[in-house]
Ligand binder design. Structure first.
Ligand SMILES: Cc1cc2nc3c(=O)[nH]c(=O)nc-3n(C[C@H](O)[C@H](O)[C@H](O)COP(=O)(O)OP(=O)(O)OC[C@H]3O[C@@H](n4cnc5c(N)ncnc54)[C@H](O)[C@@H]3O)c2cc1C
Length: 554
């Protein structure tokens, strides 16, 4: 059978991003018959799609890269502390070429439906090109920030200029010199774009509904010499990432917020503000995340920093969030963002005061006035965490639909399995340890765990793994309970499932999307489950055999 007509695999991985690439590497090494499918025209996931100016890591590059190959770590030179999208995509291509993984990947393949065949313990997949494929295991490496959402304005198709969501930024350079540009949205993406293009466009008008807290990225180049030093410390770097709650190099300050003087607090904050990366968020006092008073004092400190950077006091006040405290959602890191508003060609429009009424042929209309633009950029984010799952019509045992089951929020076992949907494995699923951390560290953990589960089953001839209802309920209750102590439960953010552009995700109903217990606790828990022979997961077989099924081997 040729590759083109092949219709059955032991494992099908959906998604060729950081997770899918590592998953296929593990499977190829084990000699398993597996393939990766991606709707995109090439590999890279997040770093294939998001090509907008300013798209870059907020993880230190060398903590983001894969840790599984010493050779790879020795070969790759990260050129910047927080590397940009083009370089990140080059890196993922380098990994795929180095380990000859591309031949196991198929592109322009969107999975539209997946149905569990109970009689044979197989998943039956339908692709958008009409093809049908089957497999024992489906690995959902579909991404947690991979379903972009557009606002629901009328007239969006009528605009005669160019407009795009940042996720679909064109592959060819977009000429913005001298152009009138609108950016709608001031979340993590908007903050990156605005800082990058402010001095390159004719006029930039930013439409902001709610400001976000943000702090300096403090990026810098990495010289050959510095990279050599980083390479010599890789073991230590990854050990630190494994020990910290967020999977980063940044460790929380162990002193109690209330045990030190205000002067000592200010000294820490002054230092962290000038340091690179998430230190200002994750190297801070732990009380910032749980204690209203501590959070309010720190938020006031950051507000003053904004006032010092933005010359026009009225604009500065508009850029300071009032509805949530610093750090209760993932903090966007910025480069020259606040200084952009000191430029004569940059204007801030508060659309909570004067909402956008519609998009017009020449621009847009707010309740206050009409604006003309050449380009409209929708920096309006994602249907986060469950969006890519909801896009696939997934039916499990008895025809139950995953979309229906998760209508009011996901429920999972360890963020990796769902009761009633056997053999559907999610290395970085909702409620797993990935979303609130440095993703690749969580991805490697999740992929390794899912791979070990499959190996366990192959070795014993099992063909079905299904989480029990009780175990799933316990995990979901645990994830839910952990929100109670965190201020993040109050934020309108993707950590709580808020997205006014997605029906059912409007304000007022928290979705328990992320595990907040920190990476070390998560790893301990999932390892314990594996060590007990997968307690909480029923393993069974339709065609019990004692050896790894031949079908698993290439
Ligand atoms: C702009 C941006 C910057 C980020 N920066 C950081 C950072 O600095 N640090 C960090 O830790 N995280 C960051 N993230 C999060 C980032 O998503 C993860 O770091 C990581 O790239 C996720 O990898 P993944 O493989 O899980 O998913 P993705 O990279 O999202 O890949 C998922 C793939 O699945 C494909 N897919 C989805 N559904 C289907 C389907 N039905 N059929 C076929 N294919 C499908 C998609 O096309 C996509 O290619 C960032 C995210 C964004 C958007």
């Amino acid at each position: 059978m040729t590759e083109g007509t092949k219709s059955h695999y032991e494992v099908i991985v959906i998604g060729a991003g950081v997770a899918g690439i590592y998953q296929i590497k593990r499977l190829v090494d084990l000699g398993v018959d597996a393939v990766v499918l991606d709707a995109a025209a090439d590999l890279g996931g997040t770093w294939y799609w998001n090509r907008y100016p300013g798209a870059r890591f907020d993880s230190e590059s060398y903590t983001y890269g894969y840790s599984f190959s010493k050779e790879l770590l020795d070969e790759w030179h990260w050129k910047e502390k927080f590397s940009g999208q083009p370089e990140n995509l080059r890196y993922l291509n380098y990994v795929a070429e180095k380990f000859d993984l591309r031949r196991h990947m198929r592109f322009n393949c969107k999975v539209e439906a997946a149905r569990f065949d109970e009689a044979q313990d197989l998943w039956r997949l339908k692709l958008d090109d009409g093809r049908d494929l089957s497999c024992r295991f489906v690995i959902m490496a579909v991404g947690l920030l991979s379903t972009p959402t557009l606002p629901r304005f009328s007239g969006m198709d009528s605009f005669k200029g160019r407009s795009f969501h940042t996720y679909y930024w064109p592959h060819e350079p977009v000429d913005m010199v001298g152009k009138k540009v609108a950016v709608i949205g001031t979340g993590a993406t908007g903050i990156q774009v605005i800082g990058e293009i402010a001095d390159k466009v004719g006029e930039l008008t930013v439409f902001q509904r709610r400001p976000n807290w943000s702090a300096p990225l403090n990026n810098s180049p990495i010289s050959e010499k510095q990279m050599a030093e980083i390479r010599s410390r890789y073991d230590e770097i990854f050990a630190t990432c494994a020990r910290t709650p967020g999977g980063f190099e940044h460790e929380p300050d162990r002193r109690g917020f209330h045990e030190v003087t205000r002067q000592e607090r200010l000294a820490l904050w002054d230092r962290l503000y000038d340091e690179p990366g998430f230190g200002i968020w994750l190297g801070n006092f732990r009380e910032i995340f749980m204690d209203e008073a501590a959070n309010a004092e720190f938020s006031a400190y950051i507000a003053d920093r904004i006032r010092r950077r933005v010359k026009n006091p009225a604009v500065a006040e508009k850029l300071i969030p009032r509805d949530h405290g610093f750090g209760v959602q993932r903090v966007p890191l910025e480069t020259d963002y606040f200084e952009a508003y000191n430029r004569d060609n940059v204007h801030l429009v508060d659309i909570s005061a004067t909402p956008i009424e519609r998009i017009t042929e020449t621009g847009l209309r707010t309740t206050a006035r009409d604006y003309d633009f050449d380009i409209i950029v929708y920096a309006t984010g994602f249907d986060a965490i469950t969006g890519a799952f909801d896009q696939i019509d997934i039916s499990g045992l008895g025809g139950e639909k995953l979309f229906e089951k998760w209508k009011d929020g996901p429920s999972t076992l360890l963020g990796m399995l769902v009761h009633g949907f056997p053999n559907l494995l999610m290395p970085t699923g909702p409620q797993s340890g990935s979303a609130s951390t440095n993703f690749p560290r969580g991805i490697e953990t999740g992929v390794n765990w899912c791979t070990a589960l499959m190996e366990h089953m192959w070795d014993r001839g099992y063909t079905r793994a299904d989480a029990t209802r009780a175990a799933e309920a316990r995990w979901t209750a645990h994830v839910t309970k952990m929100y109670e102590i965190m201020l993040l439960r109050k934020a309108k953010s993707w950590f709580t499932g808020y997205n006014s552009n997605v029906a059912g995700h409007e304000e007022g109903k928290v979705r328990y999307f992320v595990y907040n217990g920190g990476a070390p606790k998560y790893v301990t828990t999932i390892n314990e489950v594996a060590a007990t022979g997968y307690e909480g997961i029923v393993l069974s077989s339709t065609e019990r055999s004692s050896a790894r099924p031949l079908a698993a081997r290439v």
